[in-house]
Design a protein around this ligand. Structure first.
Ligand code: COA
Length: 336
């Protein structure tokens, strides 16, 4: 097992004020119902941003909580990496707006695009930058305002997603208080992508290849599209690969893991992943029922939520596994 270089020092999350239940969606005229959505996905509600709840606002609120838990000030942050598919502006990165809002004047800041694997990839970039000595203290955020890019008339997609932000402070182990276990930190990291399948889950228009136009709006191509069944198959396969590889790299078995925190896409994918790895669901954290799929925000929200519930006490061995559009997937084993 490798000796950790970096550890997670603080977590926090923020969601919009308004929760929208499955019944609310049906009441708004969408041809769906609570039983269908719960049975297929496990989702009961999701949060939806108001215009003043931008990606910068949600991210900054989550970051402040993570910084407080880690006991750091904004001036100690060397790097901000923000995983997202829904930046406030296409230029510049939202990470720099978060930097300005926090007053993190010394930091380098950028966004990272890896869809639902966004926080995991960002955490891996943080670990790498810490390893090279470019950074000691990193703010890693996963955040989305997906409600602005889903088609609220498409029941195949709109019921699945939600808004929110999760933040983590990742630091070099040299900042650990004296006497803390040297085993604490990131024990293994694994990531993969497969761009051959990019159009199974994508947002066709709005970029350089297909700019916004009246024809785009008429065909609703500015919104997310998904081949649900195909995505499901690949998600199950990729999550299984992710779980196996991170455990192999850390020379651990599923029995060693105290808690798996998977990407919260839906309970069926999570249950299939748990079954593959031989995890009883009591060792798997699930909160998709309350938040829906918040994409890049899902794992850091789940982590902060699990910590608030007391499910990640000191010494806990956590396995993260993510999967998203691209496709992208990956995993990480972390001792807290
Ligand atoms: N409410 C009611 N009915 C719905 C519905 C909704 N919100 N969405 C779809 N349906 C209908 C379909 O129109 C279809 O009706 P039809 O048979 O009359 O055509 C029927 O339900 C079955 O649709 P299907 O797409 O085959 O359902 P499914 O069992 O594959 O479940 C998903 C759909 C989206 C829940 C499932 O494919 C899935 O979870 N995919 C992965 C999605 C995901 O997690 N994406 C993010 C990855 S990061």
């Amino acid at each position: 097992m490798k000796r950790p270089i970096a550890y997670i020092a603080g977590t926090g999350y923020a969601v919009p004020r308004r929760a929208v239940t499955n019944d609310d969606l049906a009441a708004q005229g969408l041809e769906t119902n609570d039983a269908w959505i719960r049975d297929r996905t496990g989702i009961g509600q999701r949060y939806v941003s108001a215009p003043d709840e931008t990606l910068t606002v949600l991210s900054t609120n989550a970051a402040r909580l993570a910084m407080a838990e880690a006991g750091i000030t904004a001036s100690e942050i060397d790097l901000i990496v923000l995983g997202t598919a829904t930046p406030d502006h296409l230029l510049p990165a939202t990470a720099v707006e978060v930097q300005a809002a926090l007053g993190a004047g010394r930091a380098m800041a950028f966004d990272l695009g890896a869809a639902c694997s966004g926080w995991l990839y960002s955490a891996q970039v943080a670990e790498g930058m810490i390893a090279t000595g470019m950074a000691e203290t990193v703010l890693v955020i996963g955040a989305e305002v997906l409600s602005t890019i889903v088609d609220w008339t498409d029941r195949n997609t709109c019921v699945l997603f939600g808004d929110g932000a999760g933040a983590t402070i990742i630091r070099h182990v040299r900042t650990l208080p004296r006497g803390e276990s040297r085993e604490r930190g990131i024990l293994s990291s694994y990531g993969r992508s497969d761009g051959n399948l990019y159009d199974l889950l994508w947002r066709p228009a709005g970029g350089v290849a297909e700019p916004f136009s009246d024809a785009v709006y008429a065909a609703r191509r500015q919104y997310v599209r998904m081949e649900g069944r195909e995505v499901f198959k690949h998600a199950v396969r990729s999550m299984a690969d992710a779980v196996d590889r991170a455990l192999d790299m850390a020379k651990l078995t599923p029995a060693d893991v105290d808690l798996m925190i998977p990407h919260q896409a839906n309970t069926r994918i999570i249950e299939a992943t748990a079954k593959h790895a031989g995890f009883d669901m009591s060792r798997v954290f699930v909160n998709v029922d309350r938040f829906g799929n918040t994409s890049a925000a899902s794992i850091p929200i789940a982590l902060a939520d699990a910590r608030q519930q007391g499910r990640v006490p000191e010494g806990t061995l956590v396995l993260f596994a993510a999967f998203g559009a691209g496709f992208t997937w990956g995993s990480m084993v972390v001792r807290f």
